[in-house]
Design a protein around this ligand. Structure first.
Ligand code: NOJ
Length: 673
């Protein structure tokens, strides 16, 4: 069902409203949420949001400080308030949920300055039963054509100093931090999504949607639950954040609101606020599992650098192709295959040495693409840029022609750098980078290539519009366990990110470590049990999932490896079963195009038992449940490799109880009989 009905309810209301009387309001379809818009005596716009009849966000200002002209903050009058309704169910070409309902009521507030040049600014609100999205629109107008935004003044002032889970913004290492939990007043400048819990137990995710031609919004916390937007400026020396040409719109500012933390996982508001697919037929984009020359590099068994330790040799790549073909993996990622790795590439300027179409002499791309094709596998290209964007952009055509010529259906991009700045001195999460990321998505789409982006800007749901941006990193992935000086990701990391980072979109976390003690990295280990590694394939959603460990480590555990081979990567539906932020989580997902279900459950450093009720299974069917669980003495610290596999026949309504070890988990495949 698709319906958009617009009604003009007000026109030319002068700016005389008192602060307590909204100039316009709109409720969600089931009246669960309500937004009120105000114009105070100074003509200053603000909004308020209520959930289930109680104020959630109050007295929150809207507006901009501009460069070289007066701010867009006060002196407004209301020209019109137009409402509308929309209800549509759309299908994701791939995803964690096949059909998504987009059901909202809309309010467009058209503002105009009462005096002077009478500049115009619209604010568009979309209110859902479990969330709000709003954005600013600059209508075409002679008096405001080029817009240089210094600051966006949007506020999200919560009624209490709620608990917040966050990573720091503009702190030197992009998004790769462990999450912290503090009251809003103590969080400082943070990335979104930031997840909040009120004293009454309401959960809110504050984020943005459809980040295009704009800079990233970080948010700052202050006393009494006040939160305000902070746009990433162009650079340290250029305070302008965004330059637009009217007509233009900002990204959506989003608040997802639920009664449980797990419900946030299936709240698809940010996807709904993105435009529908602009690529047309995207049947060429295929969710897939992959292996590759990657973990052995992080373990320092081989190197990205050329020479005797080089990992990306023809012989080694063939070994991975053979393994992929034998076990039915679609892709083989190869890192270090090209020119540019021999210097200090991660230092500013080092990335300028990268060439994206010249392989090293010991990587015979002609032979390997032929060999891969013959085995029914494709090579996944790798473009580590070292954040030297100009160098990369100057080669984009050649780089993507090269990928296409050699049948590489996906590319992993990377923007490693030290600090928040790109090699050209501009901020990594500013408007320039956002537009660069789009240029890569566009050229990749032209060549029918999917992009998995590391160290890129956060996901705001662009995959709805450009389904070839298939996954991203944008948080601490499993690689930290190989080399991080702090000992790697603690067990609670993967119990936090499903409720925080993962709300923004798929993550290329690269699970699948079977050798957990890392002899070649004696100061580190993978801080999970083996069963928890399996659970990650279900818990951490990505349509491309790596089996990251070395072939020989999988060969040593063929029974456990079976789960990675069986697990789906494209889902009909997702059902979070239970969970609390930072403690534990259990999720069930049904595979697309089959009747099989998969369950992943994991815990933080505490051991706990969890009951998995098979209420989600299809009635009247029998399933072979293969339960991969921690061994009786398993523990991520002392005995991570201990696991047991149990098989039984189950049907809807049955349940199993699994004990998860400290840092442990469980994975269940439910294969329809
Ligand atoms: C960081 C990425 O996250 C990792 O996956 C990659 O191997 C290295 N950069 C080198 O590009």
């Amino acid at each position: 069902m698709k319906k958009l009905i617009m009604t003009l309810i007000t026109s030319l209301v002068p700016a005389i409203a008192i602060a307590q009387t909204p100039v316009a309001s709109i409720s969600s379809p089931e009246k669960n949420m309500r937004v009120d818009v105000y114009l105070n005596a100074q003509g200053e716009p603000s909004y308020q949001l209520a959930y289930k009849g109680k104020p959630l966000v109050v007295d929150s200002r809207l507006g901009f400080i501009l460069k070289d002209q007066a701010s867009l903050t006060t002196g407004f009058e209301l020209v019109s308030a137009e409402t509308g309704k929309f209800d549509e169910t759309w299908e994701q070409p791939w995803g964690e949920e096949r059909f998504i309902r987009n059901h909202y009521n809309q309010l467009r507030i058209a503002l105009r300055e009462a005096n002077g040049t009478k500049r115009k600014l619209d604010v568009l609100f979309r209110i859902y039963d479990h969330g709000l999205g709003f954005r600013y629109e600059f209508p075409a107008q002679d008096q405001l054509s080029k817009i240089d935004i210094l600051r966006e003044l949007t506020e999200f002032n919560f009624v209490g100093d709620h608990q917040a889970w966050w990573t720091p913004g503009q702190a030197g290492n992009q998004y790769e931090y462990l999450y912290q939990q503090t009251p809003i007043s103590k969080m400082g400048l943070v990335h979104t999504p930031v997840t909040l819990k009120t004293a009454e137990g309401t959960f809110v995710a504050l984020h943005e949607a459809a980040l295009h031609n704009y800079s990233t919004m970080n948010v700052s916390g202050a006393a009494n639950g006040k939160i305000s937007a902070t746009l990433v400026p162009v650079s340290k020396n250029q305070p302008t954040a965004v330059t637009l040409q009217a007509p233009a719109a900002t990204p959506w500012r989003t608040l997802q609101v639920e009664d449980t933390a797990t419900a946030l996982i299936t709240n698809y508001l940010t996807l709904n606020l993105n435009e529908p697919n602009k690529l047309g037929d995207v049947s060429w984009i295929k969710p897939a599992k992959y292996v590759g020359i990657w973990w052995e590099l992080h373990l320092e068994k081989t190197s990205w650098k050329s020479g005797p330790t080089h990992g990306a040799t023809t012989a080694n790549t063939k070994k991975y192709i053979d393994f992929a073909a034998k076990h039915n993996f679609a892709g083989v990622l190869v890192e270090g295959w090209n020119k540019g790795w021999d210097g200090e590439w991660w230092l500013p300027g080092g990335g300028n040495a990268f060439n994206f179409y010249t392989p090293t002499p010991d990587f015979d791309v002609e032979e390997l693409s032929r060999y891969a094709k013959q085995k029914g596998v494709y090579i996944i290209g790798h473009h580590e840029t070292g954040a030297a964007i100009e160098n990369y952009e100057s080669q984009l055509d050649d780089a993507f022609n090269f990928l296409a010529k050699y049948g590489m259906k996906a590319v992993k991009t990377g923007y490693v750098e030290t600090g928040e700045e790109l090699v050209n001195g501009l901020y990594h999460h500013g408007q320039f980078y956002v537009n660069h990321a789009q240029r890569v998505i566009d050229i990749a789409a032209k060549h029918k290539i999917a992009v998995v982006a590391h160290e890129t800007v956060k996901d705001t749901g662009e995959r709805r519009t450009y389904p070839n941006i298939i996954s991203r990193e944008v948080a601490r992935g499993q690689e930290y366990d190989a080399w991080s000086a702090d000992g790697g990701n603690p067990p609670n990391h993967t119990a936090i990110i499903p409720f925080t980072r993962m709300l923004s979109g798929p993550m290329d976390f690269t699970p699948g470590a079977f050798e957990l003690t890392l002899p070649s990295r004696p100061k580190n280990q993978v801080n999970t049990t083996l069963a928890k590694q399996l659970a990650l394939y279900v818990v951490i959603y990505s349509p491309v999932q790596m089996a990251s460990d070395l072939p020989e480590h999988y060969d040593a555990h063929p029974d456990a490896f079976r789960f990675i081979k069986d697990v789906a990567v494209d889902w009909e539906t997702t059902k979070p079963l239970a969970g609390e932020i930072g403690e534990y989580i259990a999720i069930a997902r049904k595979a697309r195009n089959s009747a099989n279900w998969f369950v992943g459950a994991l815990t933080n450093e505490k051991s706990r038992a969890i009951d998995i009720k098979f209420d989600f299974l299809d009635a009247g069917k029998k399933y072979t449940a293969r339960i991969y669980k921690d061994g009786a003495t398993a523990s991520f610290k002392t005995n991570p490799g201990s696991y047991e596999i149990e098989e039984r026949v189950v049907s809807k309504g049955d349940q199993v109880s699994v004990k998860m070890a400290p840092g442990g988990g469980a994975a269940i495949s439910l294969i329809a009989q």
